[in-house]
Write a protein that binds this ligand. Structure first.
Ligand SMILES: Cc1ncc(COP(=O)(O)O)c(C=O)c1O
Length: 381
């Protein structure tokens, strides 16, 4: 290897390593584009979140939609998370197959094929699933009964996000009783995800709006308990609200996911966690003095929350992404980027960017320590 002067991030690789798993390699030697995860930063995010949950009643049940990777889920559980939250059945299967027993699917599972898979999976783990419809309750009950398994069920309440969920109050009460009367189902509690407040930039406003929304869930809990049913689980919360929703005494579990690796967008909302993810890419063309083209586009990193940020090089800005290319404006840069130079970018949406990749390349002290399969990637069913 040969360094170009004072620019350790611009390494000229003289001896390419084509080994499939060049463990120990300097990160800029790796072929690109590639998804890097800084292991120290990820571990520190896990530890910080675990510390917070030592100080409140609620527990953390981290959402694995972010990383979709069993070893990361196991690290979160080792740090005292009570299980995992999943968005999709396929994601839950990946987690259960990796040995995780406590799984919440924070979503409605309604098609016959999926219900069959769900009740089969319930033979291997303690599954909790969300519902917002009476027919769905009947279908889940029938399938669970036929298989001789028990499913825990949460009533999803729409507390303002306007996605899934029944209205707070009476509709939730009615559904809770329907579940409780259904064979092989246990009414376990309520879920209300305040997705409309998690990224409000101003903390005080975020707190106000979050508490207002969560009050709807708490009132619904009181109503259900007055009717004689026990509401054991109260689930909600995200990275932007873990320290708001997580402090509400009635909440029992928080579903934060993004905190584990963060992204440039969420970093503006919640500063205490670090961005552990980068896309490593290579300059493949210098069409003119002010532009450099990299080998990473929207098939490598997403941009629904804005264009990713260039890490560590002053004056260089990503201005456009096409499928397989990124345009950098280098007009304000003091460094004359050359073809072959390596550039790191911080994604603006960790969850959707990770879902584009097969593997995490785990980096510590700038060297490749490990490679992890993102086993849940693409599991949208
Ligand atoms: C149901 C549910 N719970 C929790 C989250 C929290 O995720 P994050 O940590 O990214 O805010 C999400 C995010 O999409 C979600 O859909």
């Amino acid at each position: 290897m040969e360094f170009w002067g004072e620019r350790p991030f611009l390494i000229k690789v003289t001896k390419m390593q084509f080994d499939e798993t060049p463990i120990g390699a300097y990160k800029y030697e790796l072929d690109t584009p590639i998804l890097l995860i800084d292991l120290d930063l990820m571990e520190s995010n896990i530890a910080k979140m675990a510390d917070f949950f030592r100080s409140v009643n609620a527990n953390l049940r981290p959402h694995t939609k972010t990383h979709k990777t069993p070893i990361i889920a196991h690290k979160q559980i080792d740090a005292s998370a009570i299980g995992v939250t999943c968005a999709k059945l396929g994601e839950a299967e990946v987690m259960v197959n990796s040995g995780i027993k406590q799984v919440l699917i924070a979503n409605e599972i309604i098609t016959p094929l999926k219900i069959e898979k769900l009740t089969s999976l319930a033979r291997h783990a303690d599954l909790i699933v969300a519902v917002d419809d009476e027919d769905n309750v009947e279908h889940l009950s029938k399938s669970a009964f036929n298989k001789g398994v028990n499913l825990k069920v949460l009533v999803e309440v729409d507390i303002g996000m306007k996605r899934c969920g029944v209205e707070p109050g009476e509709p939730a009460l009615k559904l809770a009783h329907k579940i409780e009367k259904s064979k092989n189902l246990t009414f376990a509690g309520l879920m209300g995800y305040e997705g409309h407040t998690v990224t409000i930039p101003d903390f005080d406003k975020r707190k106000y709006e979050t508490e207002k929304s969560m009050a709807l869930l708490v009132e619904t809990k009181d109503l259900i308990e007055r009717s004689g049913l026990r509401v054991e689980i109260m689930s909600g919360g995200g990275t932007g609200t873990y320290n708001i929703t997580g402090k509400i005494p009635e909440m029992t579990e928080i579903q934060a996911g993004s905190y584990v690796v963060m992204d440039a967008y969420y970093k503006n909302v919640v500063n205490e966690f670090d961005c552990a993810l980068t896309i490593l890419s290579t300059v493949i063309s210098r069409p003119n003095k002010t532009t450099a083209i990299i080998d990473a586009g929207i098939k490598t990193m997403t941009k629904e929350f804005g264009l990713p940020l260039v890490k560590g090089i002053e004056g260089v800005k990503l201005t456009r992404l096409s499928e397989e290319h990124g345009n950098l404006d280098v007009s304000k840069s003091e460094i004359d980027l050359k073809r072959g130079d390596k550039i790191e970018l911080i994604p603006t949406h960790c969850c959707t960017t990770i879902n584009l990749h097969d593997k995490f390349y785990g980096i510590r002290n700038d060297r490749l320590e490990t490679i992890w399969d993102i086993e849940g990637r693409g599991k949208v069913r």
